[in-house]
Ligand binder design. Structure first.
Ligand code: GNR
Ligand code: NI
Length: 172
């Protein structure tokens, strides 16, 4: 298993639409393991493959709280089948936009169809933080970032800040 470097805003790869996965083979499972290791190391509660430079339709999540047992979940080619009318608001962050947080409103409950690590099709209903996290990750597969759900003024400020930071060597 390998911890991979994270792709950071404004890398254009984050805007790419990820491509469907054709088969669950050993090579894919290695990618899954690298994603989980990278997510736990960060640490984060979710990670899309594109965030480690592989624009394929794959995400991992673990919303277990500190002190609880690990609970890694793998979603291959996930599709949102239904979204509730009810909304919920969470303060979101993103490993590709380090140290920036903002409240985002999303459907409170979603049902998601996907292929699991076992190569079989599954349908899960998610609510709470898991629902928000899965929507955040599925956005990544479509080149969408959580800052696309906040005001244009705030979004442009964040992009400007990260664009400047990327062009400048880090101050010591
Ligand atoms: O670690 C993460 N925390 C988080 C908090 C609220 C809503 C979504 C997330 S996902 C984020 C990791 C990440 O960037 N995944 O793409
Ligand atoms: Ni993210």
């Amino acid at each position: 298993m390998t911890i991979k470097p994270l792709i950071i805003l404004p890398d254009p790869l984050l805007r790419q639409v990820s491509t469907p996965i054709e088969r669950v083979d050993a090579e894919l499972l290695t990618l899954v393991d690298d994603m989980l290791e990278t997510m736990y190391d960060a640490p984060g509660i979710g990670l899309a493959a594109v965030q480690i430079g592989t624009p394929r339709r794959l995400l991992v999540v673990d919303v277990a709280r500190e002190g609880e047992d690990k609970s890694p979940q793998v979603f291959i080619n996930p599709v949102i089948l239904t979204s509730s009318e009810e909304r919920s608001v969470y303060e979101e962050g993103c490993l590709s936009i380090p140290e920036y947080y903002a409240e985002v409103e999303r459907p409170a409950t979603v049902t998601i169809q996907h292929i699991g690590r076992d190569g079989k099709e599954h349908i899960v209903e998610a609510d709470g933080l898991l629902a928000t996290c899965l929507q955040h990750e599925i956005d990544h597969l479509n080149g969408v970032l959580f800052i696309d759900h906040i005001s244009r003024l705030k979004r442009e400020m964040v992009i400007k800040k990260f664009t400047k930071a990327a062009g400048k060597p880090k101050a010591v």
